[in-house]
Unconditional design. Structure first.
Length: 145
């Protein structure tokens, strides 16, 4: 199981998340996007429809034919779309993410202490590969750990 920690410093979530979602879907995978913030879920839903004129990323919020959705936006970590990948976008780590093949944990400066605590806690779990991604001054992602 792989957990990727994405420390958002230069690029906002609204630019980073669609890139990850596209890669997952392009590889034939499914993604569950989780936030307990209803307004954030609505904003991400709108974003994924129009973030790029060249792309189409099929998705929906829970309750709209979940099983058919390659990308599903939800408040809970239940994979009702049979996703093997989960993106935690509200800065909160959830241990339910460990039931997926890969987790993307996005956080900003306000949630860095919580992300550090999750990083340390995951060190004690067997079979978990942790990666920490940060952005350089140009906004390019670099693996720092």
């Amino acid at each position: 199981m792989q957990v990727d920690f994405y420390h958002l410093t230069v690029t906002p979530l609204e630019r980073a998340l669609p890139q990850i979602a596209e890669k997952v879907v392009r590889s034939g995978g499914r993604l569950l996007i989780v936030s307990d913030n209803q307004a954030q879920r609505g904003a991400i839903d709108r974003l994924l429809w129009n973030y790029s004129p060249e792309s189409f990323l099929p998705h929906a919020q829970t309750g709209d034919d979940d099983a058919a959705q390659p990308v599903l936006i939800a408040a809970e970590s239940a994979s009702t779309n049979q996703a093997a990948n989960i993106a935690l976008i509200d800065g909160q780590w959830r241990d339910e993410a460990l039931g997926f093949d890969r987790a993307f944990h996005f956080f900003d400066a306000e949630r860095i202490a919580e992300a550090r605590a999750a990083w340390k806690a995951l060190a004690d779990h067997d079979g978990i590969e942790r990666r920490y991604w940060k952005q350089n001054d140009a906004g390019k992602w670099e693996q720092a750990a």
